[in-house]
Design a protein around this ligand. Structure first.
Ligand SMILES: [Zn+2]
Length: 81
């Protein structure tokens, strides 16, 4: 959910003057070089917004993973009854 919100807020932040267009182009160019795919225009914008979404959600997933590993870990000797 956080990633979707961050994705959409990035579109909104770009606004009518397309102020984030240079960022979208740079991310699209780098992705195109690395993948060999053609990534321009709206595709570059969507990719950049997805990247922001992943970056926004990453700390939450890391925190959840730590919490989950603690919850799933077998109880230590002091916790056994
Ligand atoms: Zn989008």
């Amino acid at each position: 959910m956080i990633s979707v919100l961050a994705h959409e807020l990035t579109h909104i932040a770009s606004g009518q003057p397309d102020s984030l267009r240079p960022l979208f182009r740079a991310i699209g160019r780098r992705a195109a070089i690395r993948t060999g795919l053609r990534i321009q225009g709206q595709r570059a914008e969507e990719l950049a917004c997805d990247l922001v979404g992943v970056m926004a959600a990453a700390p939450i997933h890391q925190s959840d993973a730590k919490l989950g590993s603690r919850c799933l870990a077998p109880p230590g000797p002091r916790l056994r009854t």
